[in-house]
Design a protein around this ligand. Sequence first.
Ligand SMILES: Cc1cc2nc3c(=O)[nH]c(=O)nc-3n(C[C@H](O)[C@H](O)[C@H](O)COP(=O)(O)OP(=O)(O)OC[C@H]3O[C@@H](n4cnc5c(N)ncnc54)[C@H](O)[C@@H]3O)c2cc1C
Length: 507
Amino acid sequence: MSKIEADVVVIGAGASGIAAAVAAAEKEASVIVFEKGSTTGGAANMGMGFFAVESKHAKAQMIDLTLDEAFEFFMEYTHWHADARLVRKYMAQSASTIDWIESLGVEFLGVYKYFEKSFPTWHIVKVPGSNKPTERSASVMFKALTDRAAELGVDIKFQHDVKKIITDPSTGRVTGVSAVDADGNKIECECDTIIVAAGGFGNNPAMIKEMTGYTWGKDLYSFRIPGDDGDGVNMMWEAGAVKSPVNVELTYSTPGITDIFKTLSETMRQPNIMVNLEGLRIINEETMQNTTFTGNAISRQTDKIAFTIVTDEIIADYAKKGLDYITFHHNIKTVDKWYSEIEAYKTGGESETAGLSDLHGDDETSQVNFWEADSLEELCELTGIDYKTLQATINEYNGCAGKYDPLFNKHPKYMRAVKGKKFYAAAHRPCGYGTLGGIKTDDNLRVLNKANKPVPGLYSAGFDACNIFGDSYCFLLPGNTMGWALNSGRMAGYNAVDYLDSDDFVE
Ligand SMILES: Cc1cc2nc3c(=O)[nH]c(=O)nc-3n(C[C@H](O)[C@H](O)[C@H](O)COP(=O)(O)OP(=O)(O)OC[C@H]3O[C@@H](n4cnc5c(N)ncnc54)[C@H](O)[C@@H]3O)c2cc1C
């Protein structure tokens, strides 16, 4: 076994870990980062941008959302279940984090909404040489942070899997970590502070089941990012951290279609009728752009499933006028590929627009989640939706076509009659980006024990420490998990070094 030492050890070089490492090294601490995989950036390499308020880009774009307004909105949204002091610090730092990232030579495309009713807070990273929003553009920023870490002397040990946080039994203070390298060699690193940034447990179905109740592959089809196995929260619990509730950063998807057949996927997410297996509407379908709210509504239904239904007449209308909703990141404006993608889906063909499909796992492509039929009755036979109730729901819905929706007050322009010669349905199921929480911190990112006191020297950031959303991720202020990861990492890095320089630290 080899022995090394550092002032600060960071577990995980994802979004929050690499930010924490750079921040701690800027304060002249010696920093060792252990990363299980072979890259930095973690799940955030798949993303495009992150939250900030009152940034110079927001000001230049005349966005008048203030820090106070964003904070108050957020706290009302969470019913003040979130740690107000921590949320305030995160949001107050967010504009300077944009400058911090820009100081590394990273550019931003601008500030965007994620959907019409959200706020413009999503700062999209620019891919050099391109002026278009690009999937995975955030990876540019993680390369820059990694270069900066190297410049500051941070030692990133790739393919090093941390197995245990070592504590002093008499004081509970952290004293080191033990890890294993790719060849199975043991390494022990002595240190005075540890920042755990290991990305939650989105890749651990057993922990997802235990902590959230979802069964991955049956009623949850969330992204499974290699490495995010729950090691961080498990090690912190073992080191004395109190367990806190965990949420999935919930969205919804049509397994086998979302991120694979983009025209089919985007068309079946337009604000057309959405029903459950009982044949009843469950949501004002205008809300479907808020993927978290829709995921919540779907999760309440029998078998956690809901269906949107369109007809050939609705598709013909979209062919003339274009889609109602265009998400700028997917940028599907027309139904030009509707019929060719249906054919490809049915025959197992490849889609030209395949995207992040490989991250959802294999199971979903073996299911059927999109159907076409010559009558509503046949569609019900195929999907299992109750025909009698659906017929009644559609009669009522069609009676309000283009008019006031007495059930959910959907805008008349989206009240398109469900009629035609062909009927299409897509199943929508809960999906997600990862898990939120598991441990509790104070507003300095210090990990708390059962007595609500800090475990001396132990800090956490990112998915592992993300307790700020109450029961549901706040998609209304977009970019909020990567924003949280970068800012909580940055704060944890600074605070860990301040602790070493303070009277609280006793060697
Ligand atoms: C497809 C996709 C798109 C997204 N897009 C956006 C977006 O545009 N905006 C946004 O705000 N959010 C987005 N997110 C969410 C964002 O990526 C996460 O909030 C963020 O990555 C969380 O950071 P983290 O540091 O907690 O975890 P991660 O970034 O996943 O990093 C965790 C790291 O810890 C390492 N690790 C785990 N265990 C150990 C161990 N025992 N020893 C050593 N290393 C270990 C892992 O290998 C990993 O590298 C997206 C997520 C996905 C999946």
